[in-house]
Design a binder for this molecule. Sequence first.
Ligand code: NDP
Length: 327
Amino acid sequence: MSFRAIRVVSDEAGRRAETVTLDESDLHEGDVTVAVDYSTVNYKDGLALADKGIVRTYPLVPGIDFAGTVESSAHARFAPGDKVVLNGYGVGESHHGGFSQKARVSGDWLVPLPAGLTTRQAAAIGTAGYTAMLSVLALEDAGVTPESGDILVTGAAGGVGSVAVALLAKLGYRVLASTGRPETSDYLHALGAAEIIDRTTLSEPGRRPLASERWAGAVDSVGSHTLVNVLAATRYGGTVTTCGLAQGIELPGTVLPFILRGVTLAGIDSVQAPMERRIRAYDRLARDLDLAKLESMTTVVGLDEVPAVADRILAGQVRGRTVVDVN
Ligand code: NDP
């Protein structure tokens, strides 16, 4: 049985992404085969298609997420017909991923679709949305409550940012949304942002290692000077989560927010997060994410459009989440 996929190849003719027809013998090892309904385009997929250090083996089907229906399984937890979602675990990096009508993976990597979510909604959440939830869980685990004060979300109009704004607003936090795209302000207010902050006020090198205290916590997906400035303006005892590098990987700051204000910097990794934390995150997403807001941040494209969206996401031009209808 043949199926369509995007494949990245690297040979004498160079490196390129192409839409191909594969059959099951082309898939990698795994004990569960999934008929994929939807994949998604994350920043990391943009990096993979642009040859920026993500793809670890060639040829490779990229796509770090998929949601679909189990076709066959030798894994104890899954049976044909089960709805599942996959994020990370090296899928789309070293193991064939979601930009395909079929995927074969280890059942240990699959999350059963929580009641109340469709495969399209799970894909709309994707790695970006599940990482936003991991970030919110980290704030909660650190004791940051809606009473603690305002919460800042950077890269707010992006995938992680949009889901974080919607989640935090629904949970009763007052959300400040930092964006470089003023044209998204109606969109961000509709997701629940109370105030919009111009990201250029955060993205330049800070003049002082500590600034006046503005927020009790933050969800940062931008890194670099932005993260340093966010830390410098975090209130005493606050917590900032870090998951991303949209501005850069460097952290050119000082230890003063940590040692003078007791600020905590909480690292967020979605790729190898333990299964128990993933299931907790998805249960909370099913409960705490407003599905109408999720729909409002979602754009659906076909497989053929993925390379163009991948270019746009690296240029910071994609708003919210992009779902790929692989069929
Ligand atoms: P998106 O491109 O959807 O969002 C990133 C946003 O960052 C952009 O929309 C833009 O927001 C802002 N941004 C882009 N470039 C710059 C810049 N130069 N300076 C300041 N802000 C900028 O990506 P995702 O939401 O999918 O991912 C966000 C980040 O999180 C990525 O770096 C990704 O690799 C990382 N990530 C990490 C995970 C982990 O496990 N640790 C999991 C998921 C994502 P705006 O236009 O509103 O300013």
